[in-house]
Design a protein around this ligand. Structure first.
Ligand code: URP
Ligand code: ZN
Ligand code: ZN
Length: 463
């Protein structure tokens, strides 16, 4: 057998197994897995001794080149996928936004255009629906057929993205029929708006009021409502960026009842807390995203949720805005600070470090949370999300003991600060491959813009 690439001596880690094996790669796919694969016919051999060989990370929640809050997120599909690759993430699912009055196809076409010539790794889209008259419901079926089988709906941001309950329920009923999945931003936007207006009237304009005006109960209420609507519609629901124990309890209860309810959290909720919002001056703006940061005690509840499968995925909600000029748009009014934070680059290391290196869960569970379950839930498995003969050779050679201190000085995201500045993580991706091409090695980027493919995803089929 001839191979383009042979990876020898590594410890292969999947969601279910850990074993010593060589991997042969040909034509961008894994074509051989064996105790010792003959190496005479390999164009290149990589020695992975003392390293873990894992499937590339899948980040199912990113916002690249996204117009929001009077500006546009700072990473485009080139800089964003490049930074993701440095961190061991080789597939993204971003969001195509349907603005009011537009067809869903217009959204899909617009985001395809943003990505096509720029993405350095493979990518897919969810569709954000902000306007759903009955005449538009058929368009959901068409998108599912074209490989976009998931839709993000908002219960927050009134007047911008928020949908009313009737539209949410109709969308859910449609996905129950067409094999789609609803991704829900669960916060009670109406109640939050009342609290926000009161804060502004009282002169509370500093960044920390972004967090103080969005209580955990508003997230828990919306999470419970989303679950109830999905149950009535007979649809699966995936709660995005879950930030607090109150909402986690609603997901846990629903899963205990056997409902197809899933949820993700993000590294910012696992590592950061309300204390970050108290940073001096306007620094708290670096942590303005929704849902907001919570009291510190929620962090351990979320880690335990990941361990116990009450949470199934860690994504980033990467939505970067530079501190200078972008976050500063809200200098005198926290409601004008563009909502979002940068995280695409460090998800894998942060979850490995806090999850595996700290002894909370196994390396297999790490792979499940960051790659396998995202692939299964969102129609990419087994092409992505595992190491198996026939799967794409999206692979990470990971050093589980190497340490790195995160800093904006060394990161690759196009943003002038890091939410995780100064945090030292254990576990670093050293070589990253996308469909068998080495795209990161020796801390150098070797990929190229436009080489990422759009991934047509299959319908929801459970996990
Ligand atoms: O603050 C956030 N999360 N910005 C991105 C948009 C969203 O709600 O996911
Ligand atoms: Zn959201
Ligand atoms: Zn988001």
């Amino acid at each position: 057998m001839a191979f383009d690439l042979l990876i020898t001596n590594g410890t292969v880690v999947t969601a279910t197994d850990t074993y010593q094996a060589d991997l042969g790669v040909e034509g961008g796919r894994i074509t051989a897995i064996g105790a010792r694969v003959a190496r005479d016919n390999a164009t290149r051999v990589i020695d992975a001794k003392d390293r873990l060989v894992m499937p590339g990370g899948i980040d199912v929640h990113t916002h690249l080149d996204m117009p929001f809050g009077g500006t546009t997120s700072a990473d485009d599909f080139e800089t964003g996928t490049r930074a993701a690759a440095f961190g061991g993430t080789t597939t993204l699912i971003d969001f195509a936004i349907q603005y009011k009055g537009q067809t869903l196809r217009t959204a899909f076409d617009a985001w395809m255009q943003k990505a096509a010539s720029k993405a350095t790794t493979d990518y897919a889209f969810h569709c954000i629906i902000t306007d759903l008259p009955d005449a538009r419901l058929d368009e959901m079926d068409a998108l599912v057929r074209e490989g976009v089988p998931s839709f993000k709906l908002f219960m927050a941001y009134p007047g911008v993205f928020m949908l009313d309950d009737a539209s949410i329920f109709k969308a859910m009923r449609r996905t129950a029929k067409n094999g789609g999945m609803i991704c829900m931003h669960a916060e009670n936007g109406g109640a939050i708006d009342v609290i926000v207006q009161q804060a502004l009237a009282e002169g509370k304009t500093a960044p920390k009021y972004h967090a103080l005006t969005r209580p955990t109960t508003a997230e828990a209420e919306a999470t419970a409502r989303a679950i109830a609507l999905a149950q009535m519609a007979g649809a699966p629901v995936y709660i995005v960026h879950l930030s607090c124990n109150d909402a986690l309890e609603k997901v846990r209860e629903a899963r205990d009842r056997g409902l197809p309810v899933y949820a993700e959290t993000c590294p910012q909720y696992l590592y950061l807390s309300l204390e970050n919002m108290e940073a001096p001056g306007f620094e708290g703006a670096k942590y303005v995203f929704t849902p907001p940061l919570r009291e510190k005690w929620h962090q351990e509840k979320l880690w335990q949720g990941l361990k116990q499968d009450n949470l199934q995925v860690v994504s980033t909600d990467h939505c970067p805005f530079c501190f200078k000029e972008q976050k500063e748009l809200g200098k005198n009014d926290f409601t004008k600070i563009p909502n979002g934070g940068p995280g695409i680059e460090h998800r894998m290391s942060l979850v490995y470090s806090g999850g595996v290196a700290s002894g909370r869960f196994s390396a297999n569970r790490f792979v499940e949370l960051t790659s396998t379950t995202p692939a299964k839930l969102f129609g990419l498995y087994p092409r992505k999300g595992t190491i198996a003969v026939g799967s794409d050779a999206d692979l990470v050679i990971f050093n589980p003991t190497r340490k790195h201190t995160i800093s904006a000085k060394t990161h690759h995201m196009r943003v002038d600060y890091s939410m995780f500045e100064g945090i030292t993580i254990t576990g670093v991706p050293e070589i990253v491959m996308s469909r068998g091409r080495v795209i990161v090695e020796n801390n150098e980027f070797k990929g190229k813009a436009g080489s990422g493919n759009f991934l047509k995803r299959a319908q929801y089929a459970g996990v």
